[in-house]
Design a protein around this ligand. Structure first.
Ligand SMILES: Nc1nc2c(ncn2[C@@H]2O[C@H](COP(=O)(O)OP(=O)(O)OP(=O)(O)O)[C@@H](O)[C@H]2O)c(=O)[nH]1
Ligand SMILES: C[S@@+](CC[C@H](N)C(=O)[O-])C[C@H]1O[C@@H](n2cnc3c(N)ncnc32)[C@H](O)[C@@H]1O
Ligand code: SF4
Ligand code: SF4
Length: 341
């Protein structure tokens, strides 16, 4: 039995039946994107959400405020779709950075447009940024994203570093027959440019339902490939916490490389995440098949306390894990770009 004080405190957190507490909020600002990564969406794009369905900037800030001041959220990450396509992004970051207690604020982006916005985002209060880049070869970039924007991403990364949004992390998905030979080159380049590279196992979250486990480049394969050129020493496991990436020191450090083995070594037991979609649905897991409609409550005039209660209820029912290994696994209806990756 806890003390009444501890009980009171427990009422103000997003806890689930397994005792996990969500303190990391990922907010999708839009489902739209200016790339078409093959592992994420089809060439023709998707049926985008209509503007009235999207939370307004004010609604987003209110939701973040409730999460931070009433529900114990400490980290806020803006993602999408492509969050830099959201016109009000700088203002949203600025208003979230003014909250008390101030959350740590980060952004996951494809980097296009970062050259123009990195300094303004830093001034608004953005703490750090993760940029997705799968290849150093412009022609492979074009094949993987169906757009000729490699140069813009490289420029965006440099701008993020120059703006001091450290550490700048780079997310890479390896696809068989496309860029799976590039892991060591990418790591050499990242170390030389002071970016922290992480490889991500491909997950079944693409709109086309094209994922096949047998095709996926596994964490083991990636590490094997890196070890042909680098010495990797595991970082103390105590530093991983709830972070999805397992990290290795490169050639004795200080440079590091991470691998996010979402499929072969899932990290669900330590999961600390809650998600808000661009249309105001709370999801308790990336792979959840249910969502809780908080936009409806928001727009029908519900007070903060009622919204906080709905959020807590949504998180309470979080499943133990992604269910990826269950024979009955079904991909969520929304793809990664609409959930907020
Ligand atoms: N299974 C699972 N994978 C996730 C989750 N969140 C992020 N990922 C994967 O991890 C990748 C990297 O996510 P990022 O948005 O860059 O951030 P992060 O790794 O969560 O955060 P930091 O290391 O704190 O910067 C995503 O592209 C996803 O593939 C999650 O909640 N569950
Ligand atoms: C959905 S995107 C959203 C933010 C931004 N557009 C970007 O690409 O960084 C977030 C991350 O999800 C990753 N991602 C997308 N589809 C994925 C999949 N099927 N499996 C694993 N990671 C995926 C991307 O590589 C990216 O790092
Ligand atoms: S991974 Fe990011 S950049 Fe690529 S299509 Fe999906 S949302 Fe766009
Ligand atoms: S799959 Fe779900 S439970 Fe597992 S780490 Fe991701 S969000 Fe958390």
């Amino acid at each position: 039995m806890g003390t009444p004080g501890a009980q009171k405190e427990a009422e103000r957190v997003l806890i689930d039946t397994y005792g996990r507490v969500a303190t990391d909020l990922r907010v999708s600002l839009t489902d739209r994107c200016n790339l078409r990564c093959t592992y994420c969406m089809p060439e023709e794009g998707l049926q985008w959400l209509a503007k009235p369905e999207l939370l307004t900037d004010d609604e987003i800030v209110r939701m973040v405020r409730i999460a931070v001041t009433d529900l114990g959220v400490r980290d806020v990450r803006f993602t999408g779709g492509e969050p830099l396509l959201r016109p009000g992004l700088v203002g949203i970051v600025e208003r979230c950075a003014a909250l008390e207690p101030r959350p740590k604020i980060s952004l996951t982006t494809n980097g296009i447009g970062l050259k123009r916005t990195a300094a303004a985002l830093r001034d608004a209060g953005l703490d750090r940024v993760n940029v997705s880049l799968d290849t150093l070869r412009p022609e492979v970039f074009q094949a993987m994203t169906r757009r000729k924007r490699h140069h813009d991403v490289i420029g965006g990364l440099a701008a993020a570093r120059a703006a001091g949004l450290a550490p700048v992390k780079v997310n890479t998905v390896l696809m068989r027959g496309m860029n799976d030979d590039e892991a060591p080159d990418l790591l050499r380049w990242a170390v030389d440019h002071d970016y922290e590279l992480r490889f991500i196992e491909q997950m079944p979250l693409d709109a086309q339902h094209g994922w096949q486990r047998s095709d996926m480049v596994t964490a083991e394969e990636i590490l094997e490939s890196l070890r042909t050129r680098f010495t990797l020493t595991p970082e103390e496991s105590s530093t991983r916490g709830s972070a999805p990436a397992e990290r290795w020191l490169v050639d004795g450090g200080p440079a590091r490389v991470g691998v996010i083995a979402s499929v072969t070594r899932p990290f669900c037991r330590a999961c600390d995440r809650t998600r808000l979609t661009a249309d105001g649905q709370v999801r308790n897991c990336l792979f959840a098949r249910e969502e809780s409609d908080l936009r409806g409550a928001l727009r029908s005039g519900a007070p903060d306390a009622a919204i906080a209660d709905l959020w807590k209820a949504a998180m309470w029912g979080k499943k133990a894990g992604s269910g990826l290994d269950d024979p009955s696994f079904l991909q969520p209806e929304r793809p990664m770009s609409a959930i907020g990756g």
